[in-house]
Design a protein around this ligand. Structure first.
Ligand SMILES: [Zn+2]
Length: 358
């Protein structure tokens, strides 16, 4: 089990640079590869400039995608350049490429997210794209260090913060799945990891339903950052993504697979959170109110998918990874039951909408 040895949540440029320096002083890397994208390199030029002019030799590799070709290129670069530390600077795609390439080439990986859009920032999982529609979750190592500069991530879009929030709240429902169906896969069950994942989600749930993400405070951003890091740690301890991925992620994967919607991961997960809450009969009105107040989708029509089409999504979701037993496999919903479930959610959403408009 590998969990991050260094975690820094910083507020000022100076503090961020000091965090890097402290890690370098202890770890003494000989050659650093910075993996980032063109737009990110421009946005946080001060950090790439600092790393490139520091006394440790460093090179920059610009990349925009997280597909197999980019992965191959990054791995070759690491191998041929004899790098011993890789620093990923960017959003999910960049971090995933840097994380997996470092893991394959057996070098250290430092994660410097510029967005808080999902829990991959500190997790042992990397998503690598294969073709247009399909992406593959691969097991890697967690970063050995994570530095989150709150000023940098606060410049991210509202959508990225909402996405990270939805992905973190998923832990609450994933942990219910993991706990009540532990007998179905005792090997994957790890009580500590489930408690950590659950506690991480409670850093934002339900409290965030009272805030405006457009004017989010640094304190609340820190809670989201800590929660996402803890979520990654929970997965590392468990040795799998179970503490942070249950029925709600199956719904999200099914939506992605069938529709490839142009919304962030945490948005489709948020729809999954609602479905899971209603199937488990837990936090039903709380999660609808939470999503609705924040501007996260409650049901598929909030992301432009028709109700009739969504029925197929739920039926399909129950067939993804049957070894990971969740409330979907337990309920084995029929089409009729799915319609009843969606009607019930619509009713609660309507009630909350009406109350908020008053
Ligand atoms: Zn996720």
């Amino acid at each position: 089990m590998k969990i991050p040895r260094y975690i820094y949540i910083t507020e000022r440029k100076r503090e961020t640079m000091d965090a890097f320096k402290r890690i370098f002083k202890i770890e003494q890397p000989k050659k650093i590869l910075i993996v980032t994208s063109t737009s990110t390199a421009k946005k946080v030029k001060w950090i790439t400039d600092f790393l490139l002019t520091d006394e440790i030799p460093a090179e920059k590799l610009l990349t925009e995608k997280n597909d197999k070709d980019v992965l191959k290129k990054t791995k070759e670069k690491i191998k041929n350049g004899s790098f011993d530390l890789c620093i990923g600077i960017g959003g999910g795609k960049i971090l995933d490429i840097a994380k997996y390439a470092s893991f394959s080439e057996k070098i250290q990986f430092l994660s410097f997210p510029t967005l808080l859009s999902h829990d991959g920032i500190a997790s042992p999982v990397a998503v690598i794209r294969d073709g247009k529609h399909w992406s593959e979750s691969r097991r890697a190592n967690s970063p050995f260090a994570v530095i989150i500069d709150i000023k940098v991530v606060s410049d991210g879009t509202t959508e990225s913060i909402l996405s990270g929030t939805g992905d973190l709240v998923a832990n609450l429902f994933a942990s219910i799945d993991a706990e009540i169906f532990k007998e179905k896969d005792l090997k994957a069950y790890n009580k500590l990891s489930i408690s950590i994942a659950r506690a991480a989600s409670l850093l934002v749930f339900p409290h965030f339903s009272k805030i405006s993400v457009k004017k989010i405070s640094e304190e609340d951003l820190k809670k989201l950052a800590k929660g996402l890091i803890l979520s990654g740690i929970a997965m590392s301890i468990a040795g799998n993504s179970r503490p942070a991925s249950g029925a709600e992620h199956k719904i999200s994967h099914a939506i992605d697979y069938i529709f490839s919607p142009s919304v962030s991961h945490g948005y489709t997960v948020s729809i999954g959170n609602v479905i899971s809450a209603f199937l488990h009969n837990e936090y039903k009105s709380e999660i609808v109110e939470f999503n609705y107040s924040l501007g996260l989708p409650v049901l598929c029509d909030d992301v432009g998918i028709k109700k009739e089409e969504f029925i197929d999504v739920i039926l399909y979701a129950g067939k993804i990874r049957p070894d990971r037993y969740t409330i979907l496999e337990e309920k084995k919903l029929t089409e009729k039951e799915v319609i009843k479930l969606l009607n019930e959610i619509e009713e609660v959403r309507g009630r909350i909408r009406g109350r908020k408009k008053k």
